[in-house]
Design a protein around this ligand. Structure first.
Ligand SMILES: Cc1cc2nc3c(=O)[nH]c(=O)nc-3n(C[C@H](O)[C@H](O)[C@H](O)COP(=O)(O)OP(=O)(O)OC[C@H]3O[C@@H](n4cnc5c(N)ncnc54)[C@H](O)[C@@H]3O)c2cc1C
Ligand code: FES
Length: 354
């Protein structure tokens, strides 16, 4: 018997498009597609679709990834929320009801709720809320979960994405945070999260976060300090979208690999990753090389051995190796001594300029 496909390529029809944020620095749209029965039926919270904004353009080859914000199986519809940042999203914003677009999905892994969780903390920055909406219903179907705390942050009140729609969900605690204090908590959404955790010790919490990388990094630190398990939805630029090209790679910890980390594919291994799995912090190791070294060959060797980003400044003869904070300089040097023939007299270590 043939296995039913789990990813579909379809021509979807734009049913509706409306602008939900319109400020000089942020243009956000919500778009509903018809003809998406298969995707709507299979989509799990946190999964995404690739959308080709303009099939006739030379730039059409790469689909753009967007989270499935809402899926309505009975109507065969899915909805996305997108911010205009470049060519593809600008093209999408010009679409009209009735236009046909190629969509591939559902893609990626989606969120996993731990079985013993009692309090769920959803943290969204900007359009990150699109990754989290599906999780709200999933949380309410769990018998254990007492409260779903939802944090939505933006620079100003006008730039908050979907605050009114989310407020209509029943049995949730909604916290809005704006950097200018024009709505809700005055400050970063991560400070609002810290305030809740400080004032209300929670029994078995779990954090789910989506938004800009600096926000995710801050959430990861809060989760670490409070010993709370969690997951993040990562964003990266994508090419194939199905795990074949490594175009979307992000660094993740991996005890099995020699340097303690490897690359995870956001499209296939993610976009959802355990919060502690992502390499958030990089450090720079700087070595001033003695004159005799054949630098071209040496740099290639260092790249191959460490898998790190390596830069060389010819004028100062300084090699900079960008490595995860969990891997010590000693470990890198040991690998270089053993595998590249590097000797102690070939270099002097310089202090990190960071
Ligand atoms: C799994 C996943 C889900 C996503 N879901 C959403 C969503 O629900 N809503 C939404 O608005 N956006 C989402 N994104 C980001 C979205 O895919 C990009 O904004 C979009 O592809 C940009 O296309 P563009 O042609 O307009 O921009 P381009 O012209 O390709 O690029 C314009 C600028 O945006 C930057 N950029 C492009 N893609 C990304 C990216 N993925 N991450 C960070 N910077 C980028 C580029 O470096 C460049 O500076 C998601 C990304 C991923 C990987
Ligand atoms: S985009 Fe090709 S592997 Fe992820």
């Amino acid at each position: 018997m043939q296995k039913a496909p789990s990813v579909f390529d379809i021509m979807a029809r734009v049913a509706e498009i409306r602008q939900i944020v319109n400020t000089p620095s942020s243009q956000v749209y919500m778009m509903t597609f018809d003809n998406c029965e298969e995707i709507a039926e299979l989509a799990k919270p946190g999964q995404f679709v690739l959308i080709w904004p303009e099939p006739e353009s030379i730039l059409h080859i790469l689909g753009r990834p967007f989270c499935i914000a809402f899926s309505h199986h009975s109507k065969g519809q899915i909805e996305i929320i997108f911010k205009v940042v470049g060519w593809g999203t600008n093209e999408l914003a010009q679409k009209k009801p009735g236009d046909l677009l190629k969509i591939r999905g559902p893609l990626g892994n989606g969120w996993q709720i731990n079985s013993d969780v009692t309090d769920v903390l959803l943290v969204a920055g900007g359009t990150g809320i699109a990754a989290l909406t599906g999780l709200i219903d999933a949380c309410r179907q769990s018998d254990n979960i007492r409260t779903v705390h939802i944090f939505i942050g933006a620079r100003t009140a006008d730039e908050l994405v979907l605050p009114t729609k989310i407020a209509k969900f029943r049995h949730i605690d909604l916290y809005l945070a704006t950097e200018d204090g024009s709505e809700g908590f005055h400050g970063l959404v991560t400070d609002a999260l810290k305030a809740l955790l400080y004032n209300n010790p929670l029994q078995e919490p779990q954090i789910f976060a989506a938004g800009p990388r600096p926000m995710l990094k801050a959430v990861a630190e809060i989760a670490r300090q409070n010993g709370i398990p969690g997951q993040v939805s990562m964003e990266s630029q994508m090419a194939c979208g199905v795990g074949a090209c490594m175009g979307c790679a992000t660094a993740v910890y991996d005890q099995e690999s020699p340097m303690g980390w490897t690359y995870g594919r956001v499209c296939k291994d993610g976009p959802v990753f355990p919060i502690g799995k992502i390499v958030w912090r990089w450090e720079k190791m700087r070595m001033k090389m003695a004159k005799k070294t054949n630098m071209e060959l040496f740099i290639e060797l260092v790249k191959n051995i460490t898998g790190c980003t390596v830069k060389y400044d010819e004028a100062s003869r300084v090699v900079t190796i960008e490595h995860s904070s969990l891997i010590s300089e000693e470990k890198i040097l040991k690998a270089l001594h053993e595998k590249s023939g590097l000797m102690k007299e070939d270099y002097t270590l310089l202090p990190d300029k960071n």
